[in-house]
Design a binder for this molecule. Structure first.
Ligand code: HEC
Ligand code: HEC
Length: 349
């Protein structure tokens, strides 16, 4: 494996600073007063954000994503704030702490039977600038999806005339959900990832069309529900139903070599975390931040998209999002992160 220490950190720092510079110069009184929905955002020097792989018109404008007042404010706030955090090089003192939540667990003792002594969040392997984006709700671009998810929560859809809120009520009731995913579905006799639960609700309880796994709607709903559990420790229930068999299947996957490079997940994320692979610093490949905003994607992405990306890297033929293979892998990978705080929506490089 070729190793270089040409850290992506450089890009992180330079890009954020560059973004701040562009944003400051493109803000005009007109743009500030004339803010309306997405136009406002685009008017706000979002080109500045592109420099850091930020909003890029969010891939959102094209999807007709409605913007809430908060999102508009955030778009405006980007101007001033990006500068401050970008320049200061992030927080860097004490434990990472999330707004309204307090310190989060990014390192913890591994559970029994774990191959590693310590479980470490991908957060710890990112640059100060990327970390700072995650820790500041105002800067974290993932919150645009959270906010859209909040709107979807109360939007009636389908023949039953119901919204998520009709049955689930206060979204805070979803707090234990994300840390426990995937969760055994007794009726279907298999574990369901959150996306699968949501689509079951849509098709069987709302009379609505399923959302595509990687659609803006699904990402927004999983981000919003996941965010309710932000700061809670990952804790999946392997005693339910036949979970243990799926865990075994996921484990086998994790250690199986695939693709032209003939590598297993474990070769990178267990044997080599902390080292550089090309310009990327390898983490333990933990899933506690998903769905995650990736600077490279310039958008939010699902865990199964990440799995696919890693399989592409070793030139293996990836499985489909939502496939049994990826669901089993999710059971196992989420278990490997037991005890880490949910960081949804995390920010990664
Ligand atoms: C008609 C009522 C109803 C509606 C509407 C509904 N759900 Fe559900 N949902 C349920 C029930 C009942 C369950 C539990 C199913 C089970 O445990 O077998 C559930 C389960 C879930 C779960 C898994 C919960 C857990 O405890 O792990 C999630 C996530 C979820 N729903 C999200 C949503 C979202 C998002 C929407 C809107 C798009 C929605 N639901 C709409 C009734 C509903
Ligand atoms: C050739 C090395 C390599 C292999 C093999 C590999 N990955 Fe990755 N993976 C990476 C790199 C590089 C990243 C981005 C940096 C990081 O977080 O490690 C990454 C990131 C991830 C992340 C996101 C971590 C975070 O904090 O957001 C997950 C999850 C992940 N990989 C899971 C897997 C799984 C599951 C497999 C096996 C199917 C796998 N990877 C195989 C290189 C690899």
């Amino acid at each position: 494996m070729r190793k270089t220490t040409l850290s992506i950190a450089l890009c992180g720092a330079v890009c954020v600073v560059a973004a701040a510079a562009v944003v400051t110069t493109t803000i005009t009184p007109h743009a500030q007063s004339g803010m309306s929905g997405m136009q406002g955002m685009q008017g706000m020097g979002m080109q500045g954000m592109q420099g850091m792989g930020g909003m890029q018109g969010m891939g959102m404008s094209g999807m007709g994503m409605p913007m809430t007042g908060m999102a508009q404010m955030r778009a405006m706030g980007m101007s001033g704030m990006a500068g401050i955090t970008g320049m200061s090089g992030g927080m860097g003192m004490g434990l990472p702490s999330l707004e309204g939540i307090g310190p989060i667990t990014t390192r913890t003792k591994a559970p029994e039977g774990h191959p590693l002594d310590e479980v470490v969040s991908g957060f710890e392997y990112r640059t100060k600038d990327t970390q700072a984006l995650e820790l500041d709700d105002f800067l974290n671009p993932g919150f645009l999806w959270v906010e859209y998810g909040q709107q979807l929560w109360t939007t009636v859809d389908g023949t039953a005339g119901k919204s998520c809120a009709s049955c689930h009520g206060d979204p805070a009731s979803m707090k234990p959900v994300r840390p426990a995913m995937p969760k055994w579905n007794a009726k279907k006799n298999k574990p369901f990832a959150m996306e699968a639960w949501i689509n079951e609700c849509r098709t069987e309880r709302m009379g609505a069309k399923p959302w595509k796994w990687e659609s803006n709607e699904m990402l927004s709903a999983t981000a919003f529900v996941g965010w309710q559990g932000r700061g809670e420790p990952v804790n999946i229930d392997l005693s339910a139903g036949n979970m243990k068999a799926w865990w075994e299947k996921g484990k086998e996957f994790y250690y199986t070599r695939f693709g032209q490079l003939n590598m297993a997940c474990a070769n990178c994320h267990e044997d080599n975390f902390g080292k550089y692979i090309r310009a990327d610093r390898l983490s333990q490949g933990q899933s506690n931040g998903f769905p995650t905003y990736r600077l490279k994607w310039q958008g939010l992405g699902s865990l199964h998209r990440r799995f696919k990306g890693c399989m592409d890297q070793i030139r293996a033929t990836p499985y489909k999002r939502g496939s049994d293979e990826f669901t089993a892998l999710e059971v196992y990978v989420n278990w490997r992160g037991t005890g880490l705080s949910v960081e949804t929506p995390a920010v990664r490089q």
